[in-house]
Design a binder for this molecule. Structure first.
Ligand SMILES: NC(=O)c1ccc[n+]([C@@H]2O[C@H](COP(=O)([O-])OP(=O)(O)OC[C@H]3O[C@@H](n4cnc5c(N)ncnc54)[C@H](OP(=O)(O)O)[C@@H]3O)[C@@H](O)[C@H]2O)c1
Length: 492
């Protein structure tokens, strides 16, 4: 439990946007409900389209009603509202920022200020420069922190550029690059599971692990995010950020300590150890496709090209898969397969670790039956779980085997949204679950060759039916005959 946080002012730029309404405000409401916010915190919503406080609160009330745990509690909402204020302003001119600065001064809000950029990424550099220009990032009377959402850049070069803008105005310690995946309970549990249990450590290497799969599948399409999504695609949207973060947690060496810098040092070291995808071999390491119309949850849905505002010749990928190798002592030769897709058969995020076959298969009942390797499955969503598959004898007189799953699910404990912990971490000044600049750049370095190669192929993209697990052709990434994507936590 977090406690005794500094009093602070939490400024949300883009308070009328999707993220603020569906994630940030509900998370802050829940923190208020559980008495975890600083006692006198002010949450200041800033946007151009806020009419006035009353109207903003009315909209907020209706947003929260639809998404908070156990329904909206009127007493909690009243208490929450006592912390809320808003300011209608653009983020364009020096006067806009002066207005913000004067407002904070006039209302005597706390001088510890976090600025949350829930804004289009194209504004990040200008907003940070303007805040700095007006002196709002100076830490003379209190701390000043900036929280930026992904994506941080759209490739290595733009990420470096953006970083240069940030460096001119901020110390690295003032920047919180958020990847909300890292706030998920199960993701954090990967660290505990690996570093608080000795059991698996001797097996956690190339001698015992055949390959690792990390997947994130969604049943939804791009919805109303077409303008944002079409220029981005699945590789940037999911793999560069979330899935590479998962990979680094699964594969990194034990850090010197669990302090933020030690943790981030190890993640960076791991990302730097990933072998670059050679320009000429992108097609054997990466695969892309786009959803066509199909049947999801017994409902016919449109294909990507039929979605609103999507150009008819778009080759933006909604499915991306990658094979990576980590060129270090522990992992050399072990393929890591990353996969993400929209409009897939089921919604799931999971890490699946496939162990090697036993050296000799004693209990095969016939030559045809393939003896199953052990799998360790870490479900991230919707099932937060940990399962180990083992082969046991089927009861009966004959020597037959079956796969069972030791299930250590912890669904009941996972009611908190990832943003709740992360917002508290910002207030507390804990960087452990936020990305450092070198981490972001290393991630872009890994996918840059694929981005470049795909950008040069503008005439064709494979499609897959909505409601499927994606194109069968993606199996060509697998090293061994017969290997497949693992799509379920249930024994196969
Ligand atoms: N939505 C998600 O689930 C999600 C998930 C992960 C990351 N993100 C990231 O979070 C950020 C916000 O996403 P979002 O989905 O909330 O976007 P959004 O719905 O488009 O909201 C963006 C907000 O920015 C404000 N804004 C837009 N243009 C502006 C301008 N020129 N000057 C000042 N304010 C401007 C808008 O408010 P006004 O027009 O009222 O000023 C709007 O409230 C993005 O960086 C996105 O990549 C979002």
């Amino acid at each position: 439990m977090k406690q005794l946080l500094d009093n602070c002012t939490f400024v949300i730029f883009g308070a009328t946007g999707n993220l603020a309404r569906t994630k940030l405000m509900p998370a802050l409401y829940h923190l208020c409900m559980d008495d975890l916010l600083p006692k006198d915190i002010t949450i200041l919503g800033v946007a151009r389209s806020i009419a006035d406080r009353d109207e903003w609160l009315t909209e907020l009330r209706s947003d929260l009603k639809g998404c908070v745990r156990d329904g909206l509690d009127e007493a909690v909402f009243k208490r929450f509202c006592s912390h809320l204020d808003c300011l209608r302003t653009g983020l364009r001119t020096t006067e806009d920022y002066q207005q913000l600065s004067d407002y904070i001064e006039k209302k005597n809000f706390s001088k510890n200020i976090a600025f949350y950029f829930s804004l289009p990424p194209s504004l990040y550099a200008a907003v940070v420069a303007s805040l700095s220009g007006i002196g709002l990032l100076k830490q003379e009377q209190g701390w000043r922190r900036v929280v930026v959402e992904k994506p941080f850049g759209s490739d290595l070069e733009t990420a470096k550029n953006l970083q240069r803008h940030f460096e001119r105005c901020l110390e690295e310690s003032q920047i919180y690059r958020i990847d909300h995946y890292l706030g998920k309970e199960t993701v954090q549990n990967v660290q505990v599971f690996r570093f608080a249990n000795l059991l698996l450590e001797p097996l956690w290497n190339r001698n015992y692990i055949d390959h690792v799969q990390i997947s994130h599948a969604e049943t939804i399409g791009i919805g109303s995010r077409s303008v944002y999504y079409d220029g981005i695609g699945a590789l940037r949207d999911m793999i560069q950020s979330h899935l590479l973060q998962l990979l680094s947690l699964v594969a990194m060496e034990p850090p010197v300590s669990m302090q933020a810098e030690d943790l981030r040092d190890e993640k960076v070291k791991l990302l730097r150890s990933i072998s670059a995808i050679p320009k000429g071999s992108v097609s054997s390491h990466a695969f892309r496709a786009q959803y066509a119309a199909g049947d999801v949850d017994e409902k016919m849905v449109k294909g990507y090209l039929q979605e609103e505002n999507i150009p008819q010749d778009s080759v933006c990928e909604t499915y991306a898969a990658l094979k990576l190798y980590i060129n270090n002592w522990r992992w050399r030769g072990v393929p890591f397969y990353l996969r993400t897709g929209k409009r897939m058969k089921e919604k799931h995020s999971m890490i699946a670790i496939c162990f090697r076959q036993t050296p000799k298969q004693f209990f095969r009942t016939s030559q045809l039956e393939q003896f199953k390797p052990n799998w360790l499955l870490i479900g991230i969503q919707p099932d937060a779980s940990l399962r180990m598959e083992l082969t046991v004898k089927k009861p009966g007189l004959e020597m037959q085997t079956k796969v069972i799953s030791l299930d250590a699910s912890f669904n009941d404990d996972v009611s908190r949204d990832a943003y709740e912990g992360l917002l508290l971490d910002v207030m507390e000044g804990d960087h452990s679950l936020f990305l450092r600049s070198d981490e972001v750049e290393e991630s872009w370095k890994i996918i840059d060759p694929v981005l470049r190669s795909w950008a040069s192929q503008q005439d064709y993209i494979r499609t897959y039916d909505s409601g499927s697990w994606g194109p069968e052709e993606s199996l060509r990434l697998f090293e061994k005959e017969g290997q497949r994507w693992r799509s379920s936590l249930e024994p196969e």
